[in-house]
Each structure stands twice: as C-alpha cells, then as structure tokens.
Design a protein around this ligand. Sequence first.
Ligand code: GDP
Length: 355
Amino acid sequence: MTDNENLRTPIVCVMGHVDHGKTTLLDRIRGSSVAAGEAGAITQHIGATEVMIDSIIERSGASGMKNNFIVPGLLFIDTPGHHAFTSLRSRGGALADLAVVIVDINEGFMPQTKESLQILKRFKTPFVVVANKIDRIHGWQPHENASFLETYNKQSERVRADLDNKFYEIVGELYNSGFNSERYDRVSDFQRNIGIIPISAVTGEGIPDLLMVLLGLAQKFLESNLHYNASGPGEGTILEVKEEKGLGTTIDIILYDGTLKKGDTIIVGSLGEPIQTKVRALLKPNPMGEISAEEKFQNVESVTAAIGVKISAPNLDDALSGATVRAANPENLETIVKEVQEELEEVQISTGTIG
Ligand code: GDP
C-alpha cells in the first residue's frame, strides 16, 4: 500500500442545469449528517463541506470495506455550478478533482447539462452523473436516506419501469455527448463508463451510493494527483473576497496544497500587480458561535490542505476571486510573484472573466 499520510481530501464540485437540484443536494449532504446526530460526520469549512470517510462508509453499510480506502473523505465546494468550476483553477487544471453532474430525471438533459459535460471533457475531470428527483416519479414510495437499490427494489413494477425508461433517456443523451454510461452498480470499469446514480436530494435516497462511488473514483483515478507536500508552502485558490466586520477585507480560499501558517508571507493575485502581504489570522467557522458576529470564526495557527479557510491580512482590497494565493519566502518571492501573475492571465484568457 502507498504512503497515504500525504494524501489529501479530493475536492468535488457539483454542476448541472439550473433548478435540477445542485443546492438541494449540497444542503442534503450537509444536513442529513447533522440531523442524524453523527458526531464528526462532516466538518463545515469556509466555502466547503467535508464529509468524513467513516461516515460515508457507515452510511453505505459497507463497513467491511473500510480498509480499502485511503483518501480521508470528500471536500465539496459549496458554490455549485459550472461557472464556479471553470473559474476555480489550480495549477495545471481545475480546482475540483472530481465532479458531480446533476440531471433532473423527469426533465432530462438541458443546455447547461451539455455545457457541463463539455467542460469536464476539456479538463479531463473524472465525474459521475446523478439522476435527481426520483421521488417525483408518479407513485414513488420514499425511503429516507436509503441506498438506491434498497429503495428501488421496494417500488412497484410500474414505478420501476417508469424510472428505467427515464434513466435510459439519460444514457442516450450521454451517448450523444460522447460518453458511454450505465447504472453505477453495473459499471465494472469507471474509466470507460460513466456511472449514473439515481437519487433524490430531498429524501436522501441514493446519496450513500453517490458518496461511495465518488470515493471509489478518487481512489482509482486520482491517487497520484492527491499527493501533496504537507510541510510545503501553502497554495490555494480564492473563492471570494469579503468584507468582514472588524476584520476589513478578507479572502475565502480553498487551500489545495501544503500548509499555511499565521505570519506567513503570501502572494495574492489581483487586478494589478500581485499583492504581497502577511497572514494576520486564519479563520475557520466556529461550530458553537453562530449567535454573535464576533464568535463566528475560530482562530487557528495553521491549516493543511485540502481545506476551506478565511484569511485576514492587510491590503486585500484588490484581491480577485479565482486568483491564486501562495506562501513565499525571501528566496523564492520573486519567482512566486511572477507565477501568480502568469496564472491569473491564464484564468482570464480561458474563462473570459476576471471576477
Ligand atoms: P439548483 O438551481 O440546481 O441549485 O436547484 P435547487 O437545489 O435550487 O432545486 C430547485 C428546486 O427543485 C427546488 O424547489 C428544490 O426543492 C427542488 N428539488 C431539488 N431536488 C429535488 C428532489 O430530489 N426531489 C424533489 N421533489 N424536489 C427537488
């Protein structure tokens, strides 16, 4: 087995047509773990939610498989949509290591579904498709949080036939977009076939299967990309530039490599020359402190990838969302300033946006 100590959490982005359920799915992934009272099942980050591996395995009822997994969990970016996917870059590609394309099973493919697939093809990002809103199929009997096969086998023959018909329309559409696909439980080689998971983001049905398939994909195709240097300098992408009461302008970032410490010199991409500043505070959401604004954040000394974190530092007013943040030292400062600048130009060219 490989040295998995420096294997970071894969970063996942949810994409798809408007109203097909991206936000509801992310809410469900966050909410059901909380509602089920599973301590430590998820961790709320700034701009992202981490689902822990133990909880994924437990939910899917596959506890015997625990030792087969070496990734620590899955980090879902809370901002859904393909715009987020394309504008959030890391060096050499998209920030997200994996994607979920969501399709309303009753509506089928829509323009933004096709657009999402083209983007993923371009970036060569591994992905799965979820066929959402199965609970809207006429006559559907919901089974909260059940695995797809469990709930499917409890439906009437007519309901199952209806689902199968709608499902194969999605398989056909995927084929027209250049992808071979099959229901996830029938896929033996995820490199050749895209797995489709029927789910309901409202009842939670199929979500255990989705999380399990994502873990499998991460493990199979990403292992080499997920190795990072835990003690190396921090490197991340800006999600949002935000004014915070008492802190001034802050940046919310996803740190995808290395470690960032309080006091580190950082180079931050901006509209003009990259900003050179020092980390004043690293802030995580405070799980207990939602009552008052001052207690909204927890101040930490250092953070290690992959993680969503807020940085408080002087001179962040001109920082740009989508741009890179990198820790630097006096020896490599000039090189890093140059690289951050170049990466910014790349993002602007490829997305046609700078915000
Ligand atoms: P987004 O635009 O892709 O983020 O879509 P939303 O998550 O906002 O969902 C759009 C609408 O579809 C909302 O009214 C949701 O409540 C509803 N919706 C999303 N997922 C499901 C589902 O699995 N079942 C049902 N019945 N409704 C859903």
